[in-house]
Design a protein around this ligand. Structure first.
Ligand SMILES: CC(C)(COP(=O)(O)OP(=O)(O)OC[C@H]1O[C@@H](n2cnc3c(N)ncnc32)[C@H](O)[C@@H]1OP(=O)(O)O)[C@@H](O)C(=O)NCCC(=O)NCCS
Length: 160
């Protein structure tokens, strides 16, 4: 079941995210701040955070937002599937749900940022496999040797 995230989910979502082994500790700390801000005022800015629950446990989540000062452009900040559930189509299903949700809100473009390091090879492949194209790569953005990769997809209600 994909449902709105509540403050009671925070601990489980932090544990799930840390458990993927993909994120650095300071990135997990940032997630805590993002979730705290979301529960304080995120809805005011149109942010959306959804938790995927299975058997009463959080097994994934997504966080996406409209981009200020744009015409219906959205950005995916987080998509996480629990480590023991990865590679079974859950991420693809979540991306589809996100796209449908944004389309229903009138969105037209979805951007996703990620790192260029080998550590994120599977993540970048995941976006490419799901119809996203690499629109820009900002050299040394995160640190020397670690570029920011910006993926984009035009959202349409009919499958491409
Ligand atoms: C990226 C992620 C959301 C994809 O979800 P998923 O449920 O594993 O993806 P799916 O099963 O729908 O698709 C599998 C595809 O995703 C990619 N992939 C990314 N991470 C993977 C993983 N850990 N295991 C297997 N496939 C993975 C592969 O390209 C795979 O395609 P392939 O079978 O052709 O190799 C998930 O693996 C994850 O949470 N990773 C860690 C967190 C992360 O990188 N988040 C994105 C940055 S915010």
């Amino acid at each position: 079941m994909l449902r709105p995230t509540t403050p009671a989910d925070t601990a489980a979502l932090l544990a799930l995210t840390a458990g993927t082994g993909v994120f650095k500790p300071h990135e997990v700390d940032t997630l805590q701040e993002v979730l705290d801000d979301f529960h304080r005022e995120g809805a005011e800015y149109g942010h959306v955070c959804l938790t995927l629950e299975d058997g009463g446990a959080a097994v994934g989540f997504v966080y996406f937002t409209p981009v200020a000062m744009t015409d219906r452009t959205w950005e995916l900040w987080w998509i996480v599937v629990g480590k023991d559930r990865q590679g079974r189509g859950t991420g693809r299903w979540l991306l589809d749900r996100i796209e449908q949700h944004i389309l229903q809100l009138g969105g037209r473009l979805l951007l996703i940022e990620t790192s260029s390091t080998p550590h994120y090879d599977p993540t970048r492949r995941f976006y490419l496999n799901n119809g996203y194209t690499l629109a820009a790569q900002l050299a040394d953005f995160y640190c020397d040797g670690d570029d920011k990769c910006i993926f984009r997809k035009r959202l349409t209600s009919t499958p491409a």
